[in-house]
Design a protein around this ligand. Structure first.
Ligand SMILES: Nc1ncnc2c1ncn2[C@@H]1O[C@H](COP(=O)(O)OP(=O)(O)O)[C@@H](O)[C@H]1O
Ligand SMILES: [Mg+2]
Length: 259
């Protein structure tokens, strides 16, 4: 069974900690590099314009964990995701992904990191005048991977999301659910060990949302660490995984029954 270890200064699974003491359920920093797929320590990013953002977030996921992050609109879910994939820099704290402190990465190192994690967005972000296979394979082609190797990766990836028959279609010829599955294929085609999905079912009806959830769970069962933000309580109930809630920028572990 997967396990998520979540701590904030307000709730630390019953254990308060001082800022200087290492957290009880986390190894020292050296260990974090290898032991955790994702490790945030005291991370804050507050937008001066409106004081929105996240505050002092601690979070540790082991390889193969699945975590839902929920919270009202404007609570900081997208900010948290952006910090992890390096689109935002924290004001304070450390963010370790696959042994690297994301907060310190710039330029080429940041692009390398982005190849090791996949990101899925609510609005799919597909290129409309590219086919499914072009949208999915672009990530690999941009890395200079040979045509033959790209082809070898493409079909199994499309099969995994059930779109092997739609390779030549354009996004607008697909349903919303299918478009989201293309975006999942694009996110995983480079074999990342961490997959971030920011409200992946936000634009989908129940049936398509369930299909997307099924794929995320399948990827998780293959060993990929998955973190999904959502405010869909139904998804969380059916998803049967640990849940963290962000409220006004503060992250706490919650019991799925209590949200
Ligand atoms: N680039 C930005 N500039 C200023 N404020 C921002 C920016 N991005 C997000 N915010 C603010 O930070 C808060 C959290 O936003 P966000 O992380 O998008 O929340 P959520 O994804 O939970 O809806 C909101 O108050 C939002 O207005
Ligand atoms: Mg958001």
């Amino acid at each position: 069974m997967t396990q998520a270890f979540l701590r904030t200064r307000s709730v630390s699974l019953g254990l308060r900690r001082s800022p200087r003491r290492p957290p009880v359920d986390s190894p020292p920093l050296q260990g974090a590099k290898s032991d955790y797929a994702l490790n945030l320590r005291g991370v804050s990013r507050v937008y001066p314009a409106n004081h929105g953002g996240i505050r002092d977030v601690d979070l540790a996921l082991r390889q193969g964990d699945f975590l839902f992050v929920t919270g009202p609109s404007g609570s900081g879910k997208t900010t948290l995701m952006k910090l992890i994939y390096g689109a935002e820099k924290p004001d304070q704290g450390e963010i370790w992904v696959a042994g690297e402190n994301v907060a310190k990465l710039r330029g080429n190192s940041l692009s390398h990191l982005r190849r090791r994690l996949g990101v899925v967005f609510q609005d799919y972000k597909l290129i409309p005048n590219w086919t499914v296979e072009e949208n999915v394979s672009f990530v690999l082609r941009a890395q200079g991977i040979s045509h033959q190797k790209v082809r070898q990766r493409l079909l199994p990836t499309l099969k995994l999301v059930g779109l092997q028959d739609k390779a030549k279609n354009y996004p607008l010829q697909l349903s919303g659910g299918e478009q989201q599955r293309v975006s999942i294929a694009r996110a995983i085609v480079g074999s990342p060990r961490l997959l971030l999905a920011d409200e992946p079912t936000g634009n989908l009806d129940h049936e398509n949302a369930m299909q997307v959830l099924g794929i995320l769970k399948k990827l998780n069962s293959l060993g990929i660490t998955v973190m999904v933000t959502t405010h869909d309580l139904n998804l969380i109930k059916i998803g049967n995984a640990p849940v963290a809630q962000i409220n006004q920028g503060q992250l706490k572990i919650v019991s799925p029954q209590r949200i």
